[in-house]
Design a protein around this ligand. Structure first.
Ligand code: SF4
Ligand code: SF4
Length: 507
């Protein structure tokens, strides 16, 4: 009797193996109601709201947008040799101008100091009043708020927006979307356009831009910023705050139970019940009538009644909404309020919350404030004490010296004289040390060598200079100092020490 063909047995085994491994690779269907890793985006259509926090938000929006768009157009007279734009990052000449302050590349520590101050300022604000930066002045918040007002202007308030978003693409919807997105684009383009004005003379750059004569990088920057503003402010909105921005995670680590946050006072609000139900059964319900107004006005679409959460940017619009509801139904305001978790516990236990100044004045905020002031004062001192005259010296290394035919020793140096005033100035360079040494430059005859030279340094410029110093035969190697003094009413001085090299002198 012949058995089964071994090859066909092997093939059958291999097919069975493949089928079983396929089976193992196919993931089982997710059980119903299992939480998903990625939540589907829910549309957020914040409702118009009135109240003190909304008014404050308007104020911050006008001020921040005003500063951003208008600043490059402010003029500041610095004389004929410097640009007259009040705030300018002059990359070509490596200068940063801010009103009366001019920062040179070697003074970058001022910029670093200002950035550190901004960081500490953010820590200070967060530890004192929670995520106020996110809620009021973060560019993402400000532009999103602006675009949401455009939505209301074109589509109507929340309900009209929801109806339009869920409705079919009718002619009206297409027209409204076209108008709205065009306004988004104009705002975004204006935003990108304003940014490049900080890097060149604004009126000149505007003319060049529209004439097609601006640098390609200007067009590329405007295009990129237009696209990002249009996308992040017009469409991604709260998604940026909740998922993309790292700052909420950092801020959460800086908050503690003594930081002010927007809180729903559940001990007062729960259990929720409508006014009708509460009238029927007095004492059975809390103050929250479950009207959902706090959720409807929220720009990130969250429900603050679920507790503190990363999606809350502390804009306090829900406080405005709830206070209005409480006012209308004759219940005390403050069901949603700025409060610390400590005060919430106190209030829940029937105690009175601490006064606001105690919330703000605590060791952490005081330390941040002192650090912030200390750096600020240090920068102001450095700013006031700095001179507008500077010298730096680099000796030639190869060869370090030359022996001239008469036995004297010559060293060569590259000098940089800096005149940080916006006018040309005469400056005197002098040699300190090295007895009998004389100097001259490429533009001079050696016969005119002297221990002191006078030069004119152009306005707002660094003047490079080749300088030769010759000392008598047998002068030993030693330190040499080059001193500079401005020959004007300020008489500013600076000096730089280096080496005068010479052959070893035999005793
Ligand atoms: S607005 Fe106030 S009353 Fe209305 S649901 Fe929110 S917390 Fe409750
Ligand atoms: S929950 Fe209130 S404070 Fe937080 S983002 Fe929404 S509206 Fe603003």
């Amino acid at each position: 009797m012949s058995g089964p063909d071994p090859l066909s047995v092997l093939a059958a085994d291999a097919a069975a193996l493949r089928a079983s491994s396929r089976k193992q690779r196919t993931p089982p269907p997710p059980p119903e109601n299992e939480p998903q890793l990625y939540e589907k985006r829910r549309g957020v259509y914040p409702q118009k709201v009135q109240g003190p926090f909304r008014r404050f938000k308007w104020l911050v929006m006008f001020v921040t947008l005003g500063i951003y768009y208008i600043t490059p157009w402010i003029r500041w007279d610095r004389g004929p040799y410097a640009p007259d734009q009040a705030v300018l990052v002059d990359l070509a000449h490596r200068r940063f101008y801010m009103f009366g302050i001019e920062i040179w590349p070697h003074e970058f520590y001022f910029v670093a100091g200002m950035l550190i101050m901004a960081g500490i300022g953010l820590f200070l604000v967060t530890s004192a009043v929670g995520r106020a930066w996110c809620g009021y002045s973060c560019p993402q918040t400000v532009w999103t708020d602006l675009f949401q007002h455009v939505d209301r202007l074109i589509d109507g308030d929340r309900n009209a927006q929801i109806r339009l978003a869920n409705g079919p693409w009718t002619a009206e919807k297409i027209a409204k979307r076209a108008v709205k997105w065009t306004i988004y684009l104009v705002i975004s383009f204006w935003t990108g356009g304003a940014w490049i004005m900080y890097f060149a003379d604004a009126p000149t750059l505007t003319r060049d831009f529209w004439a097609g004569d601006a640098a390609p990088v200007a067009y590329a920057t405007v295009a990129i910023l237009t696209a990002t503003t249009f996308t992040l402010g017009g469409f991604m909105r709260e998604q940026v705050c909740i998922y993309m921005c790292p700052w909420p995670r950092i801020q959460t680590a800086m908050l503690d139970e003594k930081s002010l946050i927007v809180t729903y006072k559940d001990w007062r609000g729960e259990p929720r019940g409508s006014v009708k139900k509460a009238a029927k059964d007095p004492g059975a319900f809390g103050d929250c009538i479950d009207c959902n107004q706090c959720v409807a006005v929220c720009p990130t679409g969250i429900d603050i009644r679920e507790g503190p959460q990363i999606g809350c940017i502390t804009c306090a619009l829900c406080i405005d909404a709830c206070d209005r509801v409480m006012g209308e139904i004759g219940r005390p305001r403050g069901l949603i309020d700025y409060a610390t978790l400590d005060d919430c516990k106190r209030e829940a236990a029937g105690e009175t919350p601490r006064p606001a100044w105690k919330t703000l004045l605590r060791p952490r905020t005081i330390v941040y404030f002192l650090a912030w002031c200390g750096i600020g004062l240090g920068l102001l001192f450095l700013l006031g004490a700095r001179t507008r005259t500077d010298i730096s010296v680099a000796p030639d290394r190869n060869p370090p010296f030359m022996l001239l035919s008469d036995g004297s020793v010559r060293n060569a140096y590259t000098i940089k004289l800096r005149n940080m005033e916006s006018r040309p100035r005469d400056m005197a360079i002098t040699i300190d040390g090295v007895r009998g040494a004389m100097m001259w430059t490429d533009e001079m005859d050696r016969a005119d060598a002297a221990r002191s030279l006078t030069l004119t340094v152009p306005a707002d410029a660094t003047q490079p200079l080749r300088l030769y110093v010759v000392a008598p035969r047998d002068t030993p190697a030693q330190a040499i100092t080059f001193a500079v003094r401005s020959l004007d009413e300020r008489g500013e001085r600076d000096s730089s020490e280096t080496r005068f090299e010479a052959p070893e002198v035999n005793p």
